[in-house]
Write a protein that binds this ligand. Structure first.
Ligand code: ADP
Ligand code: MG
Length: 702
């Protein structure tokens, strides 16, 4: 046998047919090592060869028979080639589409081994385009019918290359290649964790003897992926801790008094717990990096405000970054209101600020003439330099990583020597804990798992569009009784591609003004309005001068109008589950119970499932789990958004124990060897930098 290394190009391996080698190259597989890591996506049992009569419809099987008849029918691209195969037990029909050249290859009297999934065909069975091999005449006698079942890898189907062909090629190099694989985990380390060696893992993945081989191999490979990511995150964190400092913010009794005096209500136990957790973080020089998750309406704003006031009390600045202008504006108005009469100087910085105003605000931020800056993304733009930023809060952040890192890069400013602020991220979209742990191994998590007192869960109903008129009659009655109402629509104007039958804001408004809601005060709110207009409308709605707000999803996050109790969502099936839950969170925020009516006629299974989940569940945590079920993990995981390369083998949502093990191991490892620069770490370090060095920016580490 030819001797190979992991970097031997496939074109030097003589046993691989050229055509197939070229196809592998298209897949990005050029050498032996790459072939080894080209993993099957699943495995299946292949039944041992059976009599033709023993084949079962729908079950992959293999059998041997003699060709007793062949026939070509149809012409050109429609041509099909049919073969009848017989043995002593029965008959199997084969059909090959668009492969009439086979007529020159397969003849009556030949013996054929076929493999495939037969289906019912008349009284018997048929396989279409099965894999087959012609058994040479001399070998027919030697056919062994007592083989065992075989557990086979299935490779993702690719252009012109069957799984079977890949398997055949892999087998030619497998044993040699696996023996060459160096392991970055020592024998002892693996033994403690019951992990197979890397070589064994790849061998079992490609050529397992049983399900348990695959399980064991998967566990090792998944562990490696999780470990590498965690090592990277911990290494980065250790590096940051050594090099970056934030101003320590001690919560003295006097400061505490002053902050408490500003609180409009008593904190819930959960809020108090989180405030304490954050205060403890902030008292250290180590930059805080904490995620606060709490369902919609759980009262995250006040917790953030508390931390920001702590920074300001120490003479530093604090910033609050919101995902939309509307939310930034609202925070600006309500926090200004709350801090009325104090010395705290507050500024708003959003993209729609006129240039002159923007320049003025930016210069106040740089000179330290303002203490609390509320804004959107504009806060992390190049031109913004802080005088002395000590606490940065990111509100309603559903996608983690990118923005968070941007905020971390914001310099603390010239006035204090530290380079970075403490960062607190808030979300109402509970990321399953595991995701937080995986990607943000460096993120501490606090949960506000309690709603403010007196809150009654929102009642949710689903009605079909025919009942719309009844719904709006009822809405009118609620308004007459003093309630305020949101109506949410999916589009502003008619038309637009792919919007189909969606009811738009203008049409709904016109219809209601001339119909069920002709005698109430209606206003429209959407993203295309000017900031002044938007603020004016929100202000009037809050003051009770508008009864009914017809809005797009601009009101999705954070909008807080305690007197609004009713929400009607048109075309509710068009919205995602997380979005519906956020929207619903706009009502029932005071002590009056909220009602949410979903109007929709869902046509897809997912749409039906979403509305059902909304009616049955009020907890955001439960909904996010259902969302996972409906959408699948990949979508929610969103590794792309965070910048992390996706996992090939690991499924951190399911393999929680493995994840925890990897996290703990990585923590210990980095504690012992922060730069992985011991000789015994060299291989792990090299593989780590290859996998994660770039996106984690580890190039500069050590
Ligand atoms: P979210 O977590 O969705 O951001 P908010 O911070 O906007 O929630 O708070 C929702 C509403 O509950 C606001 O009107 C806020 O004033 C009120 N609230 C928050 N905490 C309390 C509390 N401890 N007691 C009473 N009301 C509270
Ligand atoms: Mg909020």
């Amino acid at each position: 046998m030819q001797s190979i290394t992991l970097s031997t190009p496939l074109n030097e391996i003589r046993s691989i047919p050229i055509v197939q080698m070229q196809k592998l190259e298209i897949l990005g597989v050029h050498n032996v090592g790459q072939l080894l890591v080209h993993l099957p996506h699943r495995h299946e049992w292949i039944r041992a060869q059976s009599g033709l009569n023993d084949l079962e419809p729908g079950v992959i099987g293999s059998a041997v028979g003699e060709i007793t008849a062949t026939k070509i029918s149809g012409f050109g691209r429609k041509a099909r080639f049919q073969v009848v195969l017989c043995d002593e037990t029965g008959r199997l029909d084969l059909v090959f589409f668009n492969q009439s050249f086979l007529a020159k290859k397969l003849h009556v009297g030949m013996t054929l081994r076929v493999q495939g999934k037969p289906k019912k065909f008349g009284p018997g069975l048929q396989m279409s385009s099965p894999q087959f091999s012609i058994i040479p005449f001399d070998d027919v006698e030697k056919l062994n019918k007592d083989q065992d079942d075989e557990y086979r890898p299935v490779y993702p189907a690719t252009e012109g290359m069957t799984s079977e062909q890949i398997y055949t090629i892999v087998r030619t190099i497998l044993d040699q290649a696996c023996a060459l694989l160096e392991d970055h985990l020592s024998d002892e380390y693996r033994k403690e964790r019951e992990l197979p060696s890397l070589g064994d893992a790849y061998r079992m993945m490609h050529s397992p003897e049983s399900e348990s081989d695959v399980q064991s191999a998967r566990r090792r490979l998944a562990y490696d992926e999780l470990l590498m990511l965690q090592l990277g995150v911990h290494m980065k964190r250790a590096h940051l801790r050594r090099t970056l400092k934030a101003p320590p913010l001690e919560r003295t009794a006097e400061i505490n008094e002053r902050i408490l005096a500003r609180m409009p209500f008593t904190l819930t136990d959960a809020q108090q717990r989180v405030v304490d957790e954050i205060s403890r973080d902030l008292s250290y020089e180590t930059p805080t990096n904490r995620l606060v998750q709490g369902d919609v309406g759980s009262g995250k704003t006040i917790v953030a405000l508390d931390a920001m006031l702590l920074a300001i009390a120490h003479g530093h600045q604090a910033a609050l970054m919101a995902p939309t202008e509307l939310l930034a504006e609202q925070h600006y108005l309500s926090i200004t209101e709350m801090l009325k009469g104090s010395t705290v100087r507050i500024e708003l910085l959003t993209g729609s600020l006129p240039a002159a105003e923007r320049t003025a605000v930016v210069s106040k931020i740089a000179s330290g003439e303002c203490d609390l800056i509320i804004g959107t993304h504009s806060l992390v733009s190049e031109s913004v330099e802080f005088h002395s930023l000590a606490v940065a809060v990111i509100d309603e952040q559903h996608r983690f990583g990118v923005e968070q890192r941007a905020m971390l890069r914001v310099k603390g400013g010239k006035a204090h020597e530290s380079e970075t602020p403490h960062v607190i991220v808030m979300t109402a979209t509970p990321i399953p804990r595991t995701i937080g742990l995986t990607i943000f191994g460096d993120l501490d998590i606090s949960t506000i798992d309690e709603l403010p007192p007196g809150r009654v869960p929102v009642i949710t109903k689903h009605v079909t569009p025919e009942k719309r008129s009844t719904v709006y009659h009822w809405v009118n009655e609620k308004i007459k009784a003093g309630d305020q109402v949101f109506i949410v629509v999916a589009a502003i104007e008619p038309g637009g591609k792919g919007e189909g039958q969606v009811r738009n804001l203008r049409a709904v408004m016109k219809e209601l003004e001339g119909g069920e809601l002709h005698d109430v005060r209606i206003a429209a709110l959407h993203g295309r309005l000017k900031r002044d207009t938007r603020e004016h409308i929100m202000h009037r709605f809050r003051a009770g001068k508008i009864d009914c707000l017809i809005a797009t999803t601009v009101i999705e996050v954070g909008v807080d109008i305690p007197n609004a109790t009713v929400m009607v969502i048109e075309d509710a099936d068009r919205f995602g589950l997380a979005q519906l839950h956020q929207l619903r969170g706009r009502v029932g925020r005071g002590d009056k119970p909220g009602v949410c009516v979903l109007i929709g006629n869902p046509k897809t299974e997912d749409g039906i499932a979403r509305l059902k989940a909304m009616v049955e569940t009020t907890s955001g945590f439960e909904l996010s789990e259902k969302d996972l079920e409906i959408r699948g993990a990949g979508d929610v995981f969103g590794t792309r958004q965070s910048g992390a390369p996706p996992f090939k083998v690991a499924d951190p949502l399911k393999e929680i124990e493995l994840l925890q093990m990897a996290r703990r191991d990585a923590g210990n490892w980095i504690a012992e060897s922060p730069n992985l620069d011991r000789p015994e770490d060299a291989l792990a370090r090299r593989r780590l930098l290859k996998a994660h060095g770039q996106w984690l920016g580890l190039g500069d580490v050590g």
